[in-house]
Design a protein around this ligand. Structure first.
Ligand SMILES: N[C@@H](CCC(=O)N[C@@H](CS)C(=O)NCC(=O)O)C(=O)O
Length: 248
């Protein structure tokens, strides 16, 4: 089996897939796209992924897109290390959480990410070049225009951080219900993998506000101690490692 992963080191969606590949011990060739330079919008890449986003998995020529779809695919084709419960009801719970995660933290985390890390690069662009780049994004056109070159206003940042806070509270409730330490109980699942990069990102941006939720503190320690964590977050995967202004 040959795997080629089109992705970006700092991309939270890519980090989900790298984590599962690493956990399963599957060797993969990594094609790194420069998202700020628009590699994801080039015609040859759009043929693979018409959404113009990473990640994209090429498995022996079969093209699979969307990070949660890719992680489920990997779990189906590459046992025995498994991130999906056997019981259909538990499996449904995991998938419901994955939908919640894509709708809430995965979407919300883009606001502080773009405002704090990427905005300075966009502010250096001529306004016409910025508008053309934003307009060329199949999935994120409106997001880019809403941000503009002035950045998201304070109330959008606050709303995004509130949605993230509600995510930690929801995770806390799930862990309390199942007995933890993972979201669905004793075993780590794709739901934990799906939410992990959002918490890592918020922590890296210095915005983590879950210290009053000990179950989340433990969950975060546990996921960072997982053997797949280090190879997934190689140097350059954290925004603070790539953007010196974040460290200042
Ligand atoms: N639902 C997609 C979302 C992928 C996505 O938003 N990827 C981001 C990086 S995490 C991206 O490629 N952004 C490029 C851009 O905004 O132009 C997935 O989970 O794969």
């Amino acid at each position: 089996m040959a795997f080629k992963l089109y992705n970006a080191p700092q991309s939270t969606c890519s980090q989900r897939v790298r984590f599962v590949l690493n956990a399963k011990g599957l060797a993969f060739e990594e094609v790194k796209l420069n998202l700020l330079e628009g590699d994801q919008l080039k015609p040859e890449y759009l043929k693979l992924n018409p959404n113009g986003v990473v990640p994209t998995l090429d498995h022996d020529g079969a093209i699979i897109i969307d990070s949660n779809v890719i992680t489920e695919y990997l779990d189906e084709i590459a046992p025995p290390i498994n991130f999906t419960p056997q019981d259909p009801v538990e499996r449904a719970r995991m998938r419901a959480l994955m939908h919640f995660i894509d709708e809430m933290p995965a979407a919300a985390v883009r606001v502080p990410t773009f405002n704090l890390a990427f905005l300075p690069s966009f502010q250096k662009m001529e306004s016409e070049a910025f508008a053309a780049m934003a307009a060329s994004k199949p999935l994120r056109r409106e997001f880019m225009f809403t941000m503009g070159q002035a950045g998201f206003p304070r109330h959008e940042m606050d709303a995004a951080l509130a949605r993230l806070r509600r995510t930690y509270e929801r995770m806390d409730t799930e862990i309390e219900k199942t007995g933890g330490p993972w979201l669905l109980g004793e075993c780590i699942t794709l739901a934990d993998v799906a939410v992990m990069p959002s918490l890592v990102r918020i922590h890296d941006l210095g915005l983590a506000d879950w210290q009053d939720l000990p179950r989340i503190v433990t969950w975060f320690d546990n996921i960072r101690a997982h053997p797949a964590y280090k190879p997934t977050f190689y140097h350059g995967s954290l925004l603070s490692e790539r953007f010196p202004h974040l460290r200042a």
